[in-house]
Design a protein around this ligand. Sequence first.
Ligand SMILES: NC(=O)c1ccc[n+]([C@@H]2O[C@H](COP(=O)([O-])OP(=O)(O)OC[C@H]3O[C@@H](n4cnc5c(N)ncnc54)[C@H](OP(=O)(O)O)[C@@H]3O)[C@@H](O)[C@H]2O)c1
Length: 241
Amino acid sequence: MTSQIILITGANKGLGFETARVLGRDGATVLVGARSTELGEKAAATLGGEGADARFVQLDVTDESSITAAAELIEREHGRLDVLVNNAGITTTGLDAPPPSAIAADLVRTAFETNVFGVITVTNAMLPLLLRSPEGRIVNVSSSLSSLTQLSDPASTRPNLLPYNTSKSALNAVTVAYARELAGSSVTVRAVCPGFCATDMNGHAGHRSPDQGAAVIASVARLGADGPTGVLIDEDGLVPW
Ligand SMILES: NC(=O)c1ccc[n+]([C@@H]2O[C@H](COP(=O)([O-])OP(=O)(O)OC[C@H]3O[C@@H](n4cnc5c(N)ncnc54)[C@H](OP(=O)(O)O)[C@@H]3O)[C@@H](O)[C@H]2O)c1
């Protein structure tokens, strides 16, 4: 990944931060996207102290003006983008969410703002820069909770989180839509499931460590143009939609 320019959204903590750490160790220039200047600068400084070429980029995925400013900054300073990791994500309920019929639509709307509409807005702003890369890659951080095949298994014990799960299923659909548009171009589009990792998002209930999840995201970020596009991948391989 030496000399690759990689933007990771929501990279101030959790899986985004750990993914920046892994790819920074690979020799990439890692653009640490964060909505908080204080937290983003701190994260970039930590990675820089470990020897990475890490630079903070202010980016709130729900704020179009911050996304435009980030794309302009990347164009000015780097002229292209090799990898976009759409990692920033939220859940609007705990893991013990009420059933769908007891969830207000606003909670679903809020999840979609970040997990789906944010990804679309960031991707559209960065795509001209990705198309300037010889092997542009878009990596959408999804979840196995997005898999309709797995969730519709009557034996499934996975949490039935209406806002989160449906937003990640929509993110998968977004992944396929962009992969179709970009087939035949130099840009591939993949969704990845890092596994259930202990982060703030789940009150550190995950049974995997953030660096284990980051290793999966980084492995998908490293896939070349000859790898599959328009797919959902976890550490064991392709995940059914
Ligand atoms: N942890 C898991 O088990 C797991 C499993 C599957 C998939 N995922 C996915 O992995 C991704 C990272 O999650 P995580 O577990 O690392 O959670 P996390 O520790 O809560 O980190 C989420 C990151 O997203 C950022 N973010 C949220 N809203 C944002 C916005 N509007 N603009 C920019 N950044 C924003 C957060 O920034 P602030 O610090 O400013 O809030 C934070 O940096 C998410 O997409 C999540 O759905 C996680």
